[in-house]
Ligand binder design. Structure first.
Ligand code: SF4
Length: 235
């Protein structure tokens, strides 16, 4: 099997250290319960966090921050409360599906007793929960050491020059590649993902701000930009 990433464990650690030195601990995920984290992970799909946070506040204010309450509530009410997020009608249905799954599985305590692979498979059986959402829930709601290989991470790794065989560099390939190198605990993965998102939103954006990047040393894309800039100045 061709590698999804050409990177070493020290290189991943250098990236982590560079980001945490620049941005500090991110204290993810701000929530009062595992259920709230799972709901947030579902609502934030294709939506800005600020809008998902408003929906979470609405659900809390109307005492709908438990699986039982969500299942027993009227679908139209759920739609109204989460209408600040994109695709809110579809997400209201999915929210009720996830709440049903929690109840039918015996609640979060019972789910917490499952091995990570089994829990992930079970999460992926819930309509609307794909690999990225499942891993976010595993990591932040269940404290499992998994890597969320989201678009920010894949773009960053690709720019760093770590992209491996394109046929295996999708979500699952990158997730497995990172997890085969890092045997750290959930706290490390928690911070790593939060830092990657922070970096991807503030510096390594669609148009990256390489000149102010804390991890530009060793980044292929940043290096290429610097030498292009130098050549322009030399002319
Ligand atoms: S140097 Fe540029 S491309 Fe590389 S990680 Fe930093 S912002 Fe992203």
């Amino acid at each position: 099997m061709k590698p999804a990433l050409r990177v070493t464990r020290p290189e991943l650690h250098r990236l982590f250290e560079g980001m945490i030195a620049a941005y500090g601990p991110q204290a993810w995920w701000p929530a009062d319960s595992p259920f709230e984290i799972a709901v947030g992970a579902l609502l934030v799909q294709r939506t800005q966090w600020i809008n998902a946070a408003r929906a979470l506040e609405n659900l809390s204010a109307h005492r709908l921050m438990s699986a039982r309450a969500v299942v027993e509530s009227d679908l139209r009410d759920v739609e109204t409360l989460i209408s600040t997020v994109g695709f809110y009608r579809q997400k209201a249905v999915r929210l009720q599906s996830m709440a049903t799954w929690v109840i039918q599985s015996g609640g979060f305590d019972a789910l917490s007793g499952l091995p990570t692979a089994e829990l992930r498979t079970s999460l992926l059986s819930v309509p609307g929960i794909g690999p990225e959402t499942a891993d976010s829930i595993l990591l932040y709601a269940f404290d499992r050491p998994v890597f969320v290989a989201d678009a920010y991470a894949r773009r960053l790794f690709q720019r760093q020059g770590w992209a491996g065989e394109s046929s295996s560099s999708g979500y699952d390939g990158v997730r497995k590649a990172v997890m085969s190198l890092l045997n750290e605990g959930a706290q490390f993965y928690n911070e790593f993902h939060a830092l990657i998102v922070r970096h991807g939103k503030s510096v390594c954006k669609t148009r990256p701000a390489c000149e102010s990047c804390p991890v530009r040393n060793g980044c292929d894309f940043g290096r290429a930009r610097r030498s292009t800039g130098r050549r322009r100045i030399d002319r």
